[in-house]
Ligand binder design. Structure first.
Ligand SMILES: Cc1cc2nc3c(=O)[nH]c(=O)nc-3n(C[C@H](O)[C@H](O)[C@H](O)COP(=O)(O)OP(=O)(O)OC[C@H]3O[C@@H](n4cnc5c(N)ncnc54)[C@H](O)[C@@H]3O)c2cc1C
Ligand SMILES: Cc1cc2nc3c(=O)[nH]c(=O)nc-3n(C[C@H](O)[C@H](O)[C@H](O)COP(=O)(O)O)c2cc1C
Length: 611
């Protein structure tokens, strides 16, 4: 059994199991995770004779027809279902939990397993396998699922004969590699001999309804004995429990009053980064440092007008009882240009030029830097209001790292939001949510929000541990929350911050907070990199390299390392620098240095929240 045991209490079980050579209950067994842990603990303390006695006793117990505790079928008679999720920010995990509830109601003995904690060999033991996987980076699996994914794609991957599977892929159609991870897992499981029970589904950011329908249909199919035909019609649409711990959620946000909103850049900066304080009073909303807040924005009225004009739709036309202009402002994504939008527009208008664009090599260059309004202007057609909304997806909320701790700011959540403004194809463009906050709301207004927990970006439970935080730009937001929290709980561990931005005088976000933290003995070290203050550009990775001796010695001393902010460049450059540091100071080869960092990540000591 190749289950990896590198997390928390499981590692102790692992040790106990190897010394006593007792059998290990696989994580794919039809029990709750806690039950599996408990059973493994019990089994680890038994000898061979006791295990033989137990197996005989359980067989006899079953045969004697002992009354079950509840009228539901027992775990051994219910159909087993392994729900395997791969997640970065928790959506797949939430769906997996919802699917388990629905599966249990339908009489399955369902278990939920994180892909980060098992191998394909474990998954191949499942009889019925439901995979829910998101895509990150540019078509990559979530970071913690990388080992599983690579092993599955490798030549010597285990076979999946006898495994009935179905795959739900989560993604964002704004990315070219939409749902790539889920699609590839689905294809690979079939290649390895698995029996596909239902065609995979590709879900966009507004996944709730389509995912619920697909899961309902899939559970129906998996519940049918020995049926290997493809599902064509849906079963019942299940009600997924999309409520997260708080009563307010993505689909039912809280209206938080803006208590403060201030631009932290100087008036001479070319950037605009807003510190926003929201009141959560009366909401019951709670969060941990490391969590994000989702904001439900409204579209810019000027963009609503431009889209209506380009599609030649009358602003007063009614869609589902509401004026189309209001629908576009509140409900629909009217800016993000994606392949599905062009495909839908092409189908609707039967415009051969659009169909050629979708099929040709020019699609990617066309998508780059353009928005829906460009499409409607470049390929003009008069649409009805209903036709226009039919090609649009739901307006997705945007996430922002919470920059405060409830211990320091009870009933409040602080955010650090950079206003997105740029020019492309001769047009001034604006990010929907960031400029909604920057330009269209003010102190005293209400903002729709919900908490998005991130249990994979947490401070060490042991407050004596040192932490190194690398957060240029808005990436520094969660580290303000971390330091507030560490101060409030009187953490003994040392704190070291790496911050960077463009110019010291104009862009030193939260400068006074860091100075106070230093004065109060909370922040032990701060290293800053301002890229545009000198002829040569300096970034946080250069400061890391300069301090490499101490960085490595903190890591060797057990420090936890956090990186937050830009995914495309910063996180990759920082990772390469960390690898170079481990190789140089630690005297390791590049490959061993990479393995050192993977080891830190697996031990929960190298955590990233990048976007
Ligand atoms: C977990 C998480 C935490 C986050 N935390 C923060 C945070 O603390 N602070 C913060 O400010 N943001 C944060 N973000 C990012 C945030 O969610 C939004 O993506 C960001 O504010 C942009 O949203 P918007 O609606 O303003 O822009 P959108 O309307 O979504 O437009 C952004 C899009 O515009 C395009 N674009 C942007 N710039 C250019 C350019 N120069 N040239 C061409 N195209 C361009 C890109 O396609 C980009 O995807 C976080 C994201 C995640 C996932
Ligand atoms: C930085 C970043 C990169 C992403 N890259 C992709 C991508 O390449 N393809 C895709 O389909 N979705 C991509 N997504 C969207 C996520 O897959 C989507 O938000 C999903 O619901 C996340 O699920 P999770 O919380 O389970 O990880 C990306 C999201 C972010 C924030």
């Amino acid at each position: 059994m190749a289950t990896r045991r590198n997390r928390g209490p499981l590692s102790n079980i692992g040790k106990a199991m190897s010394t006593l050579a007792a059998p290990v209950i696989p994580v794919t067994a039809p029990f709750e995770r806690e039950q599996i842990d408990l059973l493994n603990r019990v089994m680890a303390d038994t000898d061979a004779e006791q295990r033989v006695w137990l197996s005989g006793f359980l067989a006899g117990y079953q045969a004697a027809g002992r009354p079950a505790a509840a009228p539901a079928p027992s775990a051994t008679t219910r159909r087993p279902l392994t729900i395997l999720f791969a997640t970065e920010s928790g959506n797949a995990e939430g769906l997996a939990a919802d699917a388990k509830k629905a599966a249990d109601r339908q009489g399955f003995a369902a278990t939920v397993t994180d892909m980060a904690e098992v191998t394909p060999a474990d998954a191949a033991q499942a009889r019925n396998l439901l995979v829910i996987a998101s895509t990150w980076g540019e078509g990559s699996p979530p970071e913690r699922a990388t080992d599983f994914y690579n092993t599955l794609m490798a030549e010597d991957a285990p076979r999946f004969e006898g495994v009935r599977f179905a795959v739900l892929a989560l993604g964002d159609s704004a990315y070219v590699n939409f749902c790539e991870t889920g699609k590839r897992i689905d294809a690979r499981l079939a290649e390895l001999g698995g029996e596909r029970m239902v065609e995979h589904i590709e879900c966009d950011l507004d996944y709730e309804t389509s995912a619920a329908a697909w899961i309902g249909k899939t559970l129906d199919r998996l519940g049918e004995p020995g049926n290997d035909a493809e599902a064509t019609s849906g079963g019942d649409v299940i009600q997924l429990d999309t409520r997260r711990p708080a009563a307010y959620s993505r689909t039912h946000p809280f209206e938080a009053e803006i208590a403060e909103i201030v631009n932290l850049n100087s008036s001479r900066s070319d950037k605009e980064t807003l510190h926003v304080e929201l009141s959560l009073a009366g909401s019951g909303l709670a969060y941990e440092p490391g969590d994000s807040l989702g904001i439900v924005p409204l579209n810019d009225p000027a963009m609503v007008e431009a889209v209506l004009r380009a599609a030649r739709v009358d602003a007063g036309a009614i869609v589902e009882g509401i004026p189309v202009a209001q629908q576009l402002a509140e409900r629909y994504d009217i800016t993000t240009l994606t392949r599905p939008v062009i495909e839908a527009y092409g189908r609707l208008t039967e415009d051969t030029k659009l169909q050629a664009l979708v099929e040709g090599a020019d699609l990617l260059p066309y998508l780059t830097g353009r928005q829906i309004v460009d499409l409607l202007e470049d390929f003009p057609h008069a649409l009805t209001a209903d036709q226009l909304v039919s090609i649009l997806r739901t307006l997705p909320p945007r996430l922002y790292s919470i920059a405060s701790s409830l211990k320091a700011a009870p009933d409040e959540a602080h955010l650090l939001i950079s206003a997105v403004r740029y020019e492309s194809h001769g047009r001034a463009r604006q990010g929907v949510a960031s400029t909604f906050v920057a330009d269209r709301i003010k102190k005293g207004d209400l903002l729709k929000v919900y908490v998005k927990p991130n249990r994979h970006f947490r401070l060490p439970a042991d407050t004596g541990r040192d932490v190194i935080m690398i957060g240029p730009g808005t990436g520094v937001a969660p580290f303000r929350a971390f330091l507030q929290e560490r101060q409030a709980v009187g953490a003994d561990g040392r704190n070291w911050l790496f911050f960077g931005d463009r110019r010291y005088v104009h862009d030193f976000l939260y400068q006074l907070d860091w100075q106070d933290f230093v004065k109060e003995g909370v922040l032990d070290r701060i290293d800053v990199a301002f890229s545009r203050d000198a002829a040569e550009k300096v970034y946080v990775q250069h400061r890391l390299w300069e301090q490499r001796g101490d960085v490595f010695s903190w890591l060797e001393g057990g420090a936890h390392l956090y990186v937050c902010g830009d995914e495309k460049h910063m996180a990759k450059d920082v990772h390469a620098t960390l690898r170079a540091i481990v190789a140089d100071v630690g005297g390791r080869s590049e490959a061993d240095a990479e393995a050192y960092l993977s080891g830190l990540a697996k031990a929960g000591r190298y955590l990233r929240d990048v976007y």
